[in-house]
Design a protein around this ligand. Structure first.
Ligand SMILES: [Fe+2]
Ligand SMILES: [Fe+2]
Length: 190
């Protein structure tokens, strides 16, 4: 009997350290009261406005990338590598899809996506380019992709666990930009 009692006492500190994994009922109640709001947690975040600003910077960057790739797609046509001109068109479409996903997320967070053309190049992280030479086009696109990769990497780190949905979206886009950069590097090597 005594031995049994001792063994219970020995285990006691371990049992006290256990904190039950319990859901945050208050947060669930907030979600329950707002059935039409799909981004409740993020809307209430103190970081929401900062995140919307970051997303608008990314949106401007994607829109400038669409314009640069479109310009290259049409003007590189007929040059040494028509295949690359086609790929510029594919990249333009993928950057446009990124822009759409960013704008959608900005609206989900209760913000306004900024499509204003007047301030676009000032707000974009990456630059426009109207080089006439195919190699110069590839280089300009590679620089822009590197800028995008760096800025998305920084955004992912800044957002961290503050808004996991936005972070996953940015990680997804970042993977595409890394693939774009790899393709461009491959074309430069030829
Ligand atoms: Fe993009
Ligand atoms: Fe890209």
């Amino acid at each position: 009997m005594l031995i049994k009692k001792d063994s219970i006492l020995q285990k006691a500190p371990q049992a006290a350290a256990h904190v039950q994994l319990a859901l945050d009922e208050a947060a669930i109640e907030v979600a329950r009261r707002s059935p039409d709001d799909s981004a409740v947690a993020s809307r209430d975040s103190v970081w929401r406005q900062d995140i919307i600003e970051l997303l608008n910077g990314a949106l401007a960057t994607e829109l400038v990338c669409v314009l640069r790739y479109k310009r290259h797609h049409f003007t590189a046509d007929g040059m040494a590598s028509p295949k690359i001109a086609e790929e510029f068109g594919v990249h333009a479409a993928e950057e446009a899809a990124h822009a759409d996903r960013l704008a959608t997320r900005i609206v989900q967070l209760g913000g306004e996506p900024d499509f204003s053309p007047d301030s676009l190049s000032r707000r974009s992280h990456a630059a426009y380019d109207d080089s006439a030479d195919l190699k110069a086009m590839i280089k300009a696109n590679l620089v822009a992709e590197r800028v995008a990769i760096e800025s998305y990497g920084q955004m992912v780190a800044l957002i961290g666990d503050k808004d996991p949905t936005t972070r996953r979206l940015l990680e997804d886009i970042l993977a595409d930009e890394q693939q774009h950069a790899e393709e461009l590097k491959g074309w430069l090597a030829h």
